[in-house]
Design a protein. Sequence first.
Lengths: 574, 193
Amino acid sequence: MSKKLLTGDEAIAQGAWEAGCRVAAAYPGTPSTEILPALVKYPDVYCEWSTNEKVALEVGLGAALGGARSLVTMKHVGLNVAADPLFSSAYIGVNAGLVIVSADDPGMHSSQNEQDNRWYGMSARIPVLTPSDSQEARDFTRLAFELSEEFNVPVILRITTRIAHSKTVVDVEERKAAPARTYAKNFAKTNLLPSNARPLHRSLEERMERLLEFNNTKGPNRIEEGRKNFGVIADGVAYQYAREVFPRASFLKLGMVHPFPAETVRRFAQGRKKLYVVEETDPFLELQIKALGIKVIGKDQLPMLDELNPRIVRNSLSAAGSQSEVRSPQTGIPPRPPALCPGCPHTGVFYLLQRKEVIVTGDIGCYTLGSYPPHSAMDTCVCMGASITVGHGIEKALPPDDKRRVVTMIGDSTFFHMGLPGLVNTVYNKGNSITILVDNRTTGMTGHQDHPGTGKTLMGQPAKELDVAQVCKGLGVEKVHVIDPYRIKENRALFRQILSEPGPAVIVSRRPCALLVKRDAPKRVVPEECNGCKLCLQLGCPAMSFVDEKVVIDESLCGGCAMCVELCARKAIV
Amino acid sequence: MKNSANILICGVGGQGVLLFSDVLSGAALAAGLDVKKSEVHGMAQRGGSVTSHVRYAPKVYSPLIEEGTADFLVAFEQLEALRYLHFLSPKGRVLMDTLKVKPMPVLLGAAEYPKDVIERVKAGAKKVNVVEAFKKAKELGETRAQNVVMLGALSRLLGIPEATFQDVIRQNVKAKFVDLNLKAFEAGRKLLE
């Protein structure tokens, strides 16, 4: 046994490897992304980037039925995509263990919503473990594989951003081979015809009964005795905050929150004059505690929005009598929002869009940043793949005399994830929208993961490189144009032409992410030539600023993409 | 040796805040302490404001530093020092670089970069060390070593041995960059002589 400093994501990979996991599948999504890149470094584990979370979970279920302990990871909204196989997999159960990591993002650091995926466990009848640091992330991953096999059900390991991305000390061990399991056809178990599903539903309820008994007697929950009359019930990272704020309280720290260990809670609550429940996002535990008739203080004082931190816990639960005196943040500080990188190929597309009277439906990726000034070039951002479909809907709603065209914008990875059915729908249902497929040859926002268009797998092997332009043609789009986003003038003419013709059409804007290519020599402004017209600043390039009525290029940031050179009428940039 | 500290590190995406906090927390672990560090990856990294919380002590619970309790605020950029100043404890110390990086609203002319940042930081904290780490890194021929120069400076103020930091740097950077980083670390230590 040795000690390592690991993020929660890395600790899950470590735990899965120790548990003998042999197959892992995921679609990248913050804050879950780093689990598989950590796991793929270990020997004897097959890892893949699946095209979306539903695919990943089905691959994981298949592998578990096939006899390999399997890990499937995704962000919270990914589990919405995978909800269909999630519910079915509970009925079917497993052969070798199946563990599903749901990485929730309270506070929406990098997400479109905040949702509490502990509910999925209750709804789908799947046990849920909620680690509170990296050590538990590793321990609970191992436990999850064991429970999955013992109780014949997949297990959800629910983490949050603070668990995923915080490094804490972890005791690690070597890998142990998992119990050998082979695949054998089992029609009554794995084929959800109604005649099979009915008895499987009954069996699932029975499995949950046994799990409940396990959780009440041997579950990964613990009582830390402090003051007799003051108790706190908490799980996940909320436990750490509460432990910090109430050092003398008694704690019931829950590790397995579904099936809810009612007997354990009842025992702990007995005789406490004051009882708090500290949990992030929804009152998941609180409602169940209150249903037992136990009086508890929780979300009536703690916020349901945003992520918690020690200060919020301290100041919300004021009865603790220890309000912290905190200085206020300084005022008058300009914000520093994230921005598209210097030389980002998306910039060239946004430059065209911000000058047109079009409706732009966006999608999920770096290009969502084009919603901010100076581009402000995106009307909607909903969820993965929703650019093409929402755009189609808007187009169908526009009255005939409204001549605005609908442009839908989607990245290459997002296109493979969930853009395909939407585009087929547009073609089939006589849509007129123009799809700009920003093909930067990677999954950019989450940190450059491969996908079916990059020609490489997560295992580092060469793969069939799908050409998105060919794919669009194959789906029935007749007008498919491939452009280089850096050639702004050329593209402006083409774009004007496409807008004047009936759709559907696809423009593939192809150029690799600026962070993945070697940078060219930086450009500079000849001050005598610059007349301060600011036309080039409309690119929103973070390397360019306006000082003393002239444009200045920061040479440490500029990658020499030369889009500004093309825009400057006075040839002042060289 | 003081065996506990709350250290908040802040900067701009791309400045190497994460490597800084990795080495710092690795050094605390090597010194036999419990340590937690927390930051957020993803969208904020695209030129946005970035923070990392590092806490070490014999036992640490929360991975996040509470406002008003940081012993050190380490800022790779002036404006970011001001932005997170309220995390500093009344007795805490600021270590900041003189570097300025203009945020997008300033680049677009929608906001102004405040003129008196260092003065405001000094007015809000009793102990402030202003260093020229970016400039020093540039002299070493690699502006990206700014983070390790800052680490060298901070290491003067902590109770963790110099050699422990150097070992952890060797473990955390690619072999061909070890020499450069050790040099940057040393240069940083000299900034606070």
